[in-house]
Design a protein around this ligand. Structure first.
Ligand SMILES: C[S@@+](CC[C@H](N)C(=O)[O-])C[C@H]1O[C@@H](n2cnc3c(N)ncnc32)[C@H](O)[C@@H]1O
Length: 232
């Protein structure tokens, strides 16, 4: 039980979320993409397993990305791997608009979006042992210690993630915060269902392009850590 918010029938406990919804301005291109492409490429959150072949119009390996931000890396990866289907999950609406714009500009057909909390998407819409991979790139570091409980990569969430991966499928995380990288390494290494592909941190795989966050981190002289695990 959470000591700060004891649950009671009068006051149900609110879950600790890994995000705070920010008001964000949408550009006109993003707004237009949302209106014109949203109906085809944004899937509604539903409390039942996703019918991926129906959503994508074919059977293909499915990779989930959590928190795609403005979607630059997402669109590049989907364009480079047309044989794989990608499901991007993001709560920030301008990011959804930005990725839809890229889908239109690049003519991508192997990418769909769910605008919802990824924890609930994994719990409700993704059946166990079905994903070919999961990408978690530069999740919010919540750098104040009292906010660490909001970090995504925690034991219970990693157990959930691992349960959704098919045997042999991969989990790829990256961060530019050293202490979050250490937390990721500890938590992922402690998950019995996962095996590290490296001795500790991995080389950046070819498929992950540099993101804006990473480019900024590099300018500030930060390091970047990739972690690449597979489902046993
Ligand atoms: C620091 S940004 C990184 C964005 C992008 N991956 C990149 O590398 O540029 C983290 C993103 O994760 C999103 N996010 C955080 N928790 C989430 C959750 N539970 N479900 C969906 N999106 C989430 C935030 O809205 C934010 O856009």
């Amino acid at each position: 039980m959470n000591a700060e918010h004891p649950s009671s029938p009068e006051r149900p406990q609110r879950p600790i979320r890994s995000f705070v919804l920010r008001a964000g301005r949408m550009g006109t291109g993003q707004q237009r993409a949302l209106l014109e492409l949203g109906p085809r490429f944004v899937l509604p959150f539903e409390p039942r397993p996703l019918d991926a072949p129906a959503a994508f119009g074919r059977r293909a390996p499915l990779v989930l990305e959590i928190g795609f931000g403005m979607g630059d890396a997402t669109a590049q990866i989907a364009a480079a791997q047309p044989q794989t289907d990608f499901l991007g999950v993001e709560v920030h609406e301008p990011g959804v608009g930005a990725l839809l714009k890229q889908i239109g500009d690049r003519g991508l057909s192997n990418l769909r979006i769910v605008q919802h909390d990824a924890v609930e998407v994994l719990q409700q819409m993704i059946a166990p042992a079905t994903l070919a991979g999961v990408h978690v790139y530069f999740p919010d570091p919540w750098h104040k210690k009292r906010h660490h409980k909001r970090r995504l990569i925690q034991p219970a969430f990693v157990d959930l993630l691992a349960s959704r991966l098919a045997p042999g499928a991969y989990l790829h995380c990256a961060t530019d915060w050293q202490d979050y990288a250490q937390q990721m390494l500890e938590v992922l290494s402690a998950c019995p269902a996962l095996a590290n592909t490296a001795t500790a941190y991995a080389e950046r795989p070819d498929w992950r392009p540099l993101t804006k966050f990473e480019a900024r981190g590099q300018r500030l002289g930060h390091g970047v850590w990739d972690l690449l695990f597979t489902r046993r």
